[in-house]
Design a protein around this ligand. Structure first.
Ligand SMILES: *Cc1c(COP(=O)(O)O)cnc(C)c1O
Length: 386
């Protein structure tokens, strides 16, 4: 058991709420593949993967072979998709752990087939990725049939599915909606061409969180939600615009960044605090020392304009001066009653006592909640709250 005052509390109840809401959004006949890459967006991959499977995830998605191996070593045995490309030296682990790779060119297909032959595996499922407009990985739609044949003729591989990934499904601007529809059409045509070549395309999937919420007609055989199960809307979407598309639920943020007051110090008027002396007390006040800083993922930029609050006993108190690597300082005023060891929350869902979630933090500094929760560093223990 790791012990530290600063923890990322993971509200399992909120996570289950989101999973159930998303599951109910997807038709019964379609699968739900929950993205648990990047340590479940910073929430703790193994525990989140188990909860996801318990709440109806049929498949899990990771980015790397290492992440997939971690799930297998924890005894998780549902299909696991590896969304990013792996190196030749990772192929043997990929095959041994029965992780499902995305493939999209002949060289890579041969590489996976080679690993299967070395380990004596046959009928090893791969998914063919089609680039319909993301410009990242995937084959040209016209090349899909030839590659499907290469898979089918390899002797050891089987086409388990076909997929594509949307670039702007999280935007409701007219141009972006047309672009998403164009990507979807290209994908359908590629899958159809594979079928016409006499090969079953397997599980067809393209919907990330945004498309899961906004485009039920694009769910096909499986959805791949990520950010929404952790409680945040993708891109510029909000609860209101999703409601307009028929989603009758709200998402609950899952992670809180929590710490405990390490000391309360009385300072007199004219005292400056922290590096650079960017803030000076104008009157006598108590300063709380919090053992959390940018080394934990509490970005220095967050208090650049001096407007960041933390919540102690549900009340906001301003962070003063620069955030340090391991500590930051909070002004309590002269009679707050805040005691040493009191809990302080930087961000979190309402049930954590914070009035600011990772979404609000992201909005304040011009990023996305994905980056905020993934950025909570490894020295912060994840504590799962039932
Ligand atoms: C990360 C990822 C997802 C999930 O994206 P969200 O926006 O978090 O829903 C789905 N598909 C692929 C290929 C991804 O890389």
């Amino acid at each position: 058991m790791r012990m530290r005052a600063t923890t990322a509390k993971i509200y399992i109840e909120n996570f289950r709420h989101n999973l159930a809401a998303v599951r109910s959004r997807i038709s019964r006949t379609a699968r739900m593949c929950v993205a648990v890459k990047a340590d479940a967006y910073g929430h703790g991959a193994v525990r989140c993967a188990r909860e996801a499977v318990g709440c109806g995830a049929d498949v899990l998605a990771v980015a790397t072979v290492d992440e997939g191996v971690q799930l297998r070593e924890a005894g998780i045995d549902v299909p696991v998709l590896v969304l990013s490309l792996c190196q030749p030296e990772e192929m043997d682990s990929l095959v041994r752990c029965d992780l499902t790779p995305l493939v999209f060119d002949a060289e890579y297909i041969a590489c996976v087939a080679g690993a299967c032959r070395r380990s004596g595996k046959t009928d090893f499922h791969v998914h063919l990725a089609v680039d319909t407009g993301m410009g990242r990985i995937g084959c040209a739609p016209d090349d899909a049939p030839v590659l499907a044949e290469a898979i089918a003729n390899s002797g050891v591989l089987a086409l388990g599915g076909m997929c594509t990934h949307f670039a702007v499904a999280d935007s409701l601007a007219d141009d972006d909606v047309s672009y998403t529809r164009m990507q979807f059409d290209r994908f359908l045509r590629a899958a159809e061409a594979v079928r016409r070549a006499g090969i079953h395309p397997g599980i067809c999937h393209c919907a990330n969180s945004a498309a899961t919420l906004l485009y039920p007609d694009m769910h096909l055989d499986m959805c791949r939600p990520g950010i929404i199960v952790y409680g945040y809307y993708p891109g510029s979407l909000s609860e209101e615009c999703c409601r307009a598309s028929g989603c009758r639920f709200s998402l609950l943020p899952v992670m809180a960044l929590v710490t405990k007051v390490a000391a309360v110090r009385r300072v007199s008027a004219g005292t400056s605090v922290s590096y650079g002396r960017t803030w000076t007390a104008s009157a006598e006040t108590d300063i709380a020392v919090l053992p959390v800083g940018y080394g934990d993922g509490m970005l220095r930029r967050l208090n650049e304009n001096g407007a960041l609050d933390v919540y102690i006993d549900g009340r906001p108190y301003p962070v003063r001066g620069r955030i340090c690597m391991d500590q930051c300082l909070v002004e309590l005023g002269s009679d707050s009653g805040v005691q040493r060891w009191s809990e302080a929350v930087v961000f979190g869902p309402k049930n954590s006592g914070a009035a600011r979630s990772a979404q609000d933090v992201a909005d304040e500094i011009g990023t996305i909640p994905y980056e905020v929760t993934c950025g909570i560093s490894k020295r912060v223990p994840r504590v799962f709250v039932e």
